[in-house]
Design a protein around this ligand. Structure first.
Ligand code: ADP
Length: 494
C-alpha cells in the first residue's frame, strides 16, 4: 500500500492491520510457550498498536534447537547462493519499503523521514553483505622447510542478536545479514517496545528462499527472553546493542560458555568546533548530531566542545535553529519525533531536572512536551546546557535524549583532553578548516570513529564500534562479516 493510504487509514482508525504478534521460528509464526502478552505503543500518540508474545526460556530452547539444526545444512550452502538469498531479500525490502518505514516510524517514534532513511540504509547493508558472502577468502602462509600452510574462514555457528529499540530495523539487519552471509544461523530478540520490523523481515527472508530455522525471532522482555538466549550453551556468538549496564550483564552471562561477543554500547560523543571552523557547518552538524531521532542514538553528538573564540557566535546560531525545531506526530514528519517510551522520557527528564536543580545554564528547552495537535505523546524539548565542567553529570552520563552538553575550551590540547575524559569512546566530530589540526585530533582522540567537518559522515562500508565503555568489536563494513567467522589454520608436510 502507498504510504499516504497507510497514514490516512491509521489517523482515521488508530489501527494497523497486518502487524505480526507471535514469534517467528522454523520459517513460520508460532505460538509462544511463555504466557506473557506485551503491548506495543505508538509513542507519538500513546495509542496501543497491538499485543505480541512475551517469550521466555522455553521459546528460546525451541529457537536455539531450530537454529542449531538448520546450521548443519546452511553452512554447506554455497556462498554465492547465500548471497543470492540476501540479495532477493533486499529486493523484497525495496518493494515493501513504504510498509516497513511506516511500521518503524510508529513503533520507534522516529520521524517518517528518519524511518525511511533507516530502511534504505538497511537495504544497502543487505546488498553489501550479499556481495560479501562469496569473498571470505583465507590466506596462504609461507612456512619453513617442507611445510605449507593456509587459513580458511568458517562460520562461527549459531549467533544471537539482541536488538535495541532505537534502530529496530537497521540493528537487526546489521547483525543478521553478515551472520547469514558468513554461513551462520541467527536468532534475534527485538526490544520489548519495538518488536515488529524484525518479525516482518524474518518472514521476508523466508519468502526470499532462506531455509527454515536459519533465522528465528523471539520477542519478549530482556530478562525473560534475552538473558536465556545469550547464556545458552549452543549459542556461539552474541551481538548485543544496548546500554552499558545491560552490556555488563551480557558479558557476565556469556562468560561461563566463553561465547564470542560484540558489544555496541553507549556514548558521550563530542562534536568539537575549533576556532577556525566554518561556524554555519558546525551549527548544522551539531543540530543533526544531537537532535536526530531526539538524541536516542548511541553515537549522537551529545557534547559540543567549542573553542572560546567562537563559543558565543556558534551558540547564538545553534539556539536560533534549535528554537525553530518543530515536534509533532512522527508520521507527520516534523523536525523531531517522539521519545520511545514513557519510562525513557522520565529518565531524560530526571537528568535535566537535576541539572536545573544544580543551577546549570539552560540555553533552551529543558522539559517534557506533547504533540501540539493532539496534546498527547512522549516528547522532550530540544535542550542545550552551556558552560559545563568536565565532571558535570550531564557531560559524563549518557542521557540518550535531545540534550546537548556544551564545554568551552581554549586550545586543541584542551579539546583533546575534554574529548577523552569520559568513560566512552564511540564517535568524535572535528570541525576546522586546517586539515593538519583535524588529523592531529583524529590521531589523539580515543574513539571508534572520527569524522571531519560532517558529523554523520560514513556508510555501510565503514566499520562501526567503540572503545572503552562504548564496547568492543565492529559492525558494518568488512570487519562486520569477519566477526561471524572463525579462522582455521591448515598445514601440510610435502
Ligand atoms: P534500555 O534499558 O534502554 O531498554 P537495554 O540495554 O536494557 O536498554 O536493552 C537493549 C536490549 O537488551 C533489549 O532488547 C532488551 O530486551 C535486552 N536486554 C535487557 N536485559 C537483558 C539481559 N539481561 N540479557 C539479554 N538481553 C537483555
Amino acid at each position: 500500500m502507498a504510504i499516504d493510504s497507510l497514514i490516512n487509514e491509521y489517523f482515521l482508525t488508530g489501527a494497523v492491520a497486518g502487524l505480526p504478534d507471535r514469534h517467528f521460528i522454523g520459517g513460520e509464526f508460532v505460538e509462544s510457550l511463555g504466557q506473557q502478552r506485551l503491548t506495543s505503543v505508538d509513542p507519538g500518540s500513546e495509542n496501543v498498536l497491538g499485543e505480541f508474545s512475551g517469550g521466555d526460556h522455553r521459546d528460546i530452547e525451541v529457537a536455539v534447537a531450530s537454529s542449531a539444526d538448520a546450521l548443519k545444512s546452511w553452512k554447506r550452502v554455497s556462498p554465492a547462493k547465500r548471497g543470492e538469498i540476501l540479495y532477493r531479500t533486499a529486493q523484497l525490502m525495496k518493494a515493501n519499503s513504504a510498509w516497513l518505514s511506516f511500521v518503524e516510524c510508529l513503533d520507534s517514534g522516529k520521524t517518517l523521514a528518519e524511518a525511511e532513511g533507516d530502511v534504505a540504509g538497511s537495504i544497502r547493508l543487505l546488498e553489501y553483505y550479499a556481495g560479501a558472502a562469496d569473498k571470505l577468502d583465507g590466506r596462504s602462509v609461507p612456512l619453513a622447510g617442507n611445510y605449507m600452510g593456509w587459513t580458511i574462514r568458517e562460520p562461527v555457528g549459531v549467533t544471537a542478536h539482541i536488538i535495541p529499540w532505537n534502530y529496530p530495523t537497521s540493528t537487526f539487519i546489521r547483525g543478521v545479514a553478515p551472520a547469514l552471509a558468513a554461513g551462520c544461523t541467527a536468532i534475534a530478540k527485538p526490544a520489548e517496545t519495538t518488536p515488529y520490523t524484525a518479525l516482518l523481515l524474518a518472514e521476508m527472508f523466508t519468502e526470499a528462499g532462506l531455509p527454515d530455522g536459519v533465522l528465528n525471532v523471539v520477542t519478549g522482555f530482556g530478562v525473560d527472553a534475552g538473558a536465556p538466549l545469550v547464556a545458552h550453551r549452543a549459542v556461539n556468538h552474541v551481538t548485543f546493542t544496548g546500554s552499558v549496564n545491560t552490556g555488563v550483564n551480557v558479558m557476565q552471562s556469556v562468560a561461563p560458555n566463553m561465547t564470542r561477543l560484540t558489544l555496541e554500547l553507549g556514548g558521550k560523543s563530542p562534536l568539537i568546533a575549533l576556532d577556525d571552523c566554518d561556524i554555519d557547518a558546525a551549527v548544522e552538524g551539531a543540530r543533526w548530531a544531537i537532535f536526530s531521532h531526539s538524541g536516542q542514538i548511541c553515537s549522537a553528538g551529545s557534547r559540543l566542545i567549542v573553542h572560546e573564540s567562537v563559543h558565543e557566535a556558534l551558540l547564538e546560531r545553534l539556539v536560533e535553529v534549535t528554537n525553530r525545531i518543530k515536534i509533532g506526530h512522527p508520521l507527520k514528519n516534523p523536525d523531531m519525533g517522539a521519545i520511545n517510551s514513557k519510562s525513557h522520557l522520565d529518565v531524560i527528564s530526571g537528568h535535566v531536572r537535576r541539572a536545573i536543580e544544580r543551577g546549570s545554564d539552560i540555553l533552551t528547552g529543558g522539559g517534557i512536551m506533547a504533540d501540539p495537535e493532539s496534546g498527547k505523546g512522549w516528547f522532550f524539548a530540544p535542550t542545550i546546557i552551556d558552560n559545563l565542567a568536565q565532571n558535570d553529570p550531564v557531560v559524563q552520563q549518557e542521557i540518550f535524549g535531545p540534550v546537548l552538553a556544551v564545554q568551552v575550551v581554549r586550545s586543541d590540547e584542551e579539546a583533546i583532553e575534554a574529548a577523552n575524559s569520559t568513560e566512552f569512546g564511540l564517535v568524535s566530530g572535528v570541525y576546522t578548516r586546517d586539515i593538519s589540526r583535524a588529523l592531529n585530533l583524529a590521531r589523539e582522540i580515543d574513539a571508534g570513529q572520527i569524522t571531519i567537518n560532517d558529523y554523520w559522515a560514513g556508510g555501510v562500508e565503514l566499520p562501526f564500534g567503540g572503545t572503552r565503555k562504548s564496547g568492543f568489536g565492529k559492525e558494518k563494513g568488512w570487519e562486520g562479516i569477519e566477526a561471524y567467522t572463525k579462522v582455521k589454520s591448515i598445514t601440510a608436510k610435502i
